[in-house]
Design a protein around this ligand. Structure first.
Ligand code: HEM
Length: 482
């Protein structure tokens, strides 16, 4: 009896010792990697910064202080050394990407599994190539929606371009998935609630990515209803799910593009199709919308660069996309925007495979460590981009090989962005039409709530989800040929 009581008495002490021993042994794994001491023992500092929407800037500051390799947690590191980064981006994705699941199913973005991923990528990859994108019937999806966007802007008007570009990008990607007349028509005022729903849904993104079990528990227990924004996030998710299904159901399978192809070539469940569609809708519109927003905000504050772009656009017929695509200044403006205002500036985590890896010739990193690089830091290195904080479109005329090594706006390796061609074509067509037709500037009195610093939800938006620009007509567009 006495020994049983003694055992019970000792139980907490044994438990505490077991925890301390486990924390101690875990802390040894990355002890030689530079970083704040606390990160040897706990992930709390990283979680605090991530959930506080400051992850990207926090990691950037750590790189400035500790160098190209930084410990973020007992089992997580960040690297900011371009020559080392390429090979790491063939490693598998981490649990972080589970947060992109939808309808309880995996999609191309979220799946870590190579086989599963390559099947999806094989069936959709061909439709996202540049050659496919440049077919007249596909280019016309983009030109149509860009024209609709331009026609909503009147001379001497102030426009919230954040809404405008997100609407346009959503309409373009859904045009590709469901066929030109199906899918969303936000620019025509239909289904615009979906835009707010995407934004409401974000509020719990980092919680699902970093603390999925706790987050699910908070929802299932009802506690989530009392946390500001969480009820709305769930409502946003439900709304997007309903809208995705609505678009899928009304689309004509004979005429639709990507959805039809996917359905003909695969036999997935309805939830899996829905998850794939929803993923492309999300990845496809926010990124392009944000890029265009920061681009126009920058040019509206830099009239000389804007004028140079306008002069260049006067030399081409905008209907000739091959000619537009070759314009060096336009190309440089787009790439500089993607470099300095990457719409995914955040870390893109992968898992070190069995056998581990040696980095920078001296750090032995064990298997299962989470490793990431972030475009925000990769793009701000003087050694790779001279005068790296300045917006210099000309740097892309003949970029040195070094700049290409550090370039990461569309990710890297086998899981790099599948939508980069559709994004580049949409952005170039939109910017071409806008700056051949209009001059833009910021309003004399910028709305008080506007803040063009970024909100760090992995994909970013301007802090107040708004960006006002004044348009003045200086030309006419090149008419409709597509
Ligand atoms: C300016 C626009 C865009 C930017 C900056 C961008 C950026 C990125 C980045 C950085 C990744 C890799 C993420 C990672 O490794 O964590 C990615 C992947 C992806 N992007 Fe984009 N993206 C853009 C537009 C689009 C568009 C228009 C689509 C349309 C479908 C799209 C669909 C995807 C998909 C499906 C993946 C996952 C690919 C895979 O895992 O194989 N993106 N994007």
């Amino acid at each position: 009896m006495i020994s049983l009581l003694l055992l019970l008495e000792l139980l907490p002490v044994v438990g505490a010792l077991a925890i301390i021993t486990s924390v101690y042994f875990k802390s040894l794994a990355l002890k030689n990697v530079p970083g704040p001491s606390l990160t040897r023992f706990t992930k709390i500092p990283l979680l605090y910064q991530t959930i506080g929407l400051n992850r990207t800037r926090y990691i950037h500051e750590l790189h400035r202080k500790y160098g190209p390799l930084v410990r973020l947690a007992p089992d997580e590191i960040s690297i900011n050394h371009p020559p080392s980064v390429g090979p790491l981006y063939n490693y598998e994705r981490s649990h972080f990407y589970n947060a992109f699941e939808a309808f309880g199913a995996k999609n191309m973005f979220s799946t870590p599994d190579r086989a599963h991923h390559s099947v999806r990528r094989k069936h959709l990859g061909g439709e996202y190539t540049k050659v496919y994108m440049l077919r007249p019937e596909n280019l016309s999806v983009i030109y149509d929606r860009v024209r609709q966007m331009i026609h909503t802007i009147s001379d001497n008007s102030t426009v919230d371009v954040f809404y405008l570009f997100n609407y346009m990008a959503q309409d373009i990607i859904s045009g590709f998935f469901f066929g030109n007349q199906y899918g969303s028509h936000l620019l025509q005022g239909q289904d615009t609630e979906v835009f707010h729903a995407w934004h409401m849904r974000r509020q719990t993104f980092h919680w699902f990515a970093e603390l999925p079990n706790l987050t699910k528990l908070l929802y299932s227990s009802g506690i989530a209803n009392f946390i500001p924004g969480w009820k709305e996030a769930a409502k946003g998710e439900q709304f997007i799910n309903d809208m995705t299904r609505k678009w899928m159901d009304k689309c004509d399978p004979e005429k639709a593009h990507l959805l039809t192809k996917l359905m003909k070539e695969t036999s997935l469940s309805r939830d899996e199709y829905s998850a794939e569609v929803m993923d492309h809708m999300g990845a496809g519109h926010e990124t392009t919308g944000t890029t265009l927003t920061f681009l126009i905000d920058h040019l509206s504050k830099n009239p000389e660069q804007q004028q140079k772009l306008h002069q260049e656009l006067l030399t081409v017929d905008l209907n000739d996309f091959a000619a537009v695509d070759k314009l060096p200044y336009l190309h440089g403006v787009v790439l500089e925007t993607l470099r300095l205002y990457s719409s995914i500036p955040a870390s893109e985590p992968r898992i070190v495979p069995s056998g581990g890896v040696t980095l920078l010739d001296k750090y032995t990193i064990p298997a299962s460590t989470v490793i990431s690089a972030q475009p925000y830091s990769m793009h701000r290195q003087e050694e790779y981009f001279e005068r790296c904080l300045e917006f210099i479109p000309e740097r892309w005329n003949e970029p040195p090989a070094k700049a290409k090594t550090a370039w990461m706006a569309f990710g890297k390796g086998t899981r790099g962005c599948i939508g980069q061609n559709i994004a580049m074509v949409s952005i170039k067509v939109a910017v071409g039409q806008l700056y051949k037709t209009f001059e833009t500037r910021k309003p004399d009195v910028v709305p008080e709530k506007e803040d063009m610093d970024f909100k760090d939800y992995y994909m970013i938006t301007p802090k107040a989800d708004t960006c006002s620009v004044v348009f003045r007509m200086v030309g006419v567009d090149d008419g409709k040929k597509h």
